[in-house]
Design a protein around this ligand. Structure first.
Ligand code: ADP
Ligand code: MG
Length: 454
């Protein structure tokens, strides 16, 4: 619909006489709709300005509302919903709707999904988490600057946003800016090219930002002019006790190509490392994810979660990806009520070669090696199918785990869909007994032990 001022005037000029007829009380018509006009049309909504808040209230009543809507429909042959509003309220509405955009980093926002509450802590990230929490509650006081470094996918970006979100919750007026170092570079280039009018970028930071969160500072390496500017901004924040938190993929002393002055500043701050989460932390991350999806933790075998943790835990992003894949699989492809190890392994079989597991001896490595030897998939050995060949491979796996790793029967059971102590013991005993008489089996077990030494 064309909403040029002239069109709006034309529509209302036609509507008013029709409405006057409908009203059948000229006095009332003049009181409520005298001096009214259409201010604008937004989608299917027509905003009509009226001259008093009484008129506003009266006209919002269903009776008048549908009267006006019908008249508009007759004139325009489209369906519109009329809103009545006084000029004062309308101007307040306009200013609320379009806050002035800042001169720099206008698109920068904090991601509300990254909070301290949904960050799972463990020995691998506790220090970084604590420092981040303190920075958000007492900005610029205790630790400033803070630099969190570590490999990709371990929660650095999550922590930066969490700091920003928590600081804004505690200090609603605080102007927090989250920027990725790449965005800083882009904005700096626009500034140098003269695309930005008004304050210099350094002054803008000085006057418009209270807390600065810069992600992946390694991106500034070998960008001399940008580093220079960043250095000025950094010093200004530091001297004025404004909180700065940075992240990078390495300890600052190892950030090759970064200006030495910046490097030494970063080292003087508080560099804190973040590592790959331990098994327990990984499982807790998965449990939080299960809860966040409104699913029941009881429906997931511990062995299934441990499998994902062991296989993908070096990178939480990948761990989450594998878990999403598992959900997709169990909902869309192979619906199950209970998620066991076999299901977990199948669901991610496209993501990794589940046969290749860690170098060092582990229950999974033994199972994978046995599976390979008998041309089976690990999930077949770990599942419940009882053909004689699979059952035998299963018993041999149990036997080898017991023999080589001395793992309690019950714990071994976990790797085989939660089999109990007695079942595992029987399997192991059967193999031990047969070994004495069955030379082919003895040969196979020896060969498997040889392969496991590699
Ligand atoms: P980085 O910035 O270190 O590469 P991210 O912060 O982007 O890593 O984290 C990758 C994903 O893993 C994000 O979805 C994040 O929410 C999640 N994540 C990482 N660590 C944790 C944790 N300890 N608890 C909960 N989620 C985490
Ligand atoms: Mg990141």
């Amino acid at each position: 619909m064309d909403s040029k001022p002239s069109t709006l005037v034309a529509i209302w000029d036609q509507a008013l006489p029709l409405l006057q007829k409908e009203f059948d009380d000229d006095q009332a018509f003049a009181t409520f709709l005298g001096e009214s006009y259409i201010d604008h049309i937004d989608g299917g909504e027509v905003f009509v300005v009226v001259n008093s808040s009484v008129a506003e209230t009266v006209l919002q009543q269903a009776k008048y509302q549908s009267m006006v809507n019908e008249v508009l429909q007759r004139i325009t042959e489209s369906n519109f919903v009329a809103h009545f509003i006084t000029a004062d309220k309308l101007s307040a509405y306009h200013t609320e709707k379009e806050p002035e955009k800042p001169q720099y980093f206008a698109d920068s926002v904090l991601n509300p999904n990254y909070t301290f509450k949904n960050f799972v802590t463990g020995p691998s990230n506790r220090e970084a988490f604590q420092a981040a929490l303190i920075a958000s509650q007492q900005p610029g006081k205790l630790y400033n600057p803070i630099l969190i470094y570590g490999d990709s996918g371990l929660g650095k970006t999550h922590l930066l946003h969490a700091i920003g979100n928590a600081a804004k919750e505690k200090y609603p007026k605080m102007r927090v800016l989250y920027v990725h170092a790449q965005e800083f570079l882009d904005e700096y280039i626009k500034y140098v090219k003269g695309d930005k009018e008004g304050a210099s970028i350094v002054d803008w930071f000085k006057n418009s930002v209270d807390m600065l969160l810069v992600d992946d500072v390694q991106f500034l390496s070998n960008k001399k002019a940008t580093e220079e500017t960043f250095f000025s901004i950094y010093n200004n924040f530091y001297q004025n006790g404004k909180q700065i938190v940075l992240t990078s993929d390495q300890h600052p002393s190892k950030l090759n190509g970064l200006d030495d002055r910046l490097k030494s500043r970063f080292v003087q701050g508080l560099p804190l490392s973040i590592h790959a989460p331990e098994m327990e932390t990984c499982v807790n991350i998965l449990k939080t994810r299960i809860q966040a999806n409104n699913l029941n933790i009881e429906d997931f075998d511990p062995a299934a979660l441990e499998f994902l943790a062991r296989r993908f835990g070096k990178n939480v992003r990948e761990l989450e990806g594998a878990f999403d894949r598992l959900l997709f699989y169990t909902i869309n492809i192979h619906p199950v009520k209970h998620v066991d190890l076999e299901t977990a392994m199948r669901s991610v079989s496209g993501l990794v070669d589940v046969k290749e597991d860690e170098e060092k001896l582990s229950e999974q490595k033994i199972i994978n090696t046995v599976a390979d030897y008998y041309n089976l998939a690990p999930y077949q050995i770990q599942g419940n199918v009882r053909t004689s060949q699979i059952a035998m491979a299963r018993h041999i796996s149990m036997y080898l785990i017991r023999d080589l790793m001395d793992v309690p029967f019950q714990k071994i059971g976990r790797y085989f869909g939660g089999k109990d102590h007695a079942t595992v013991m029987n399997g192991v005993n059967k193999v031990e007994k047969s070994l004495k008489t069955d030379t082919a089996l003895a040969q196979a077990v020896n060969e498997l032990k040889e392969r496991l030494k590699k």
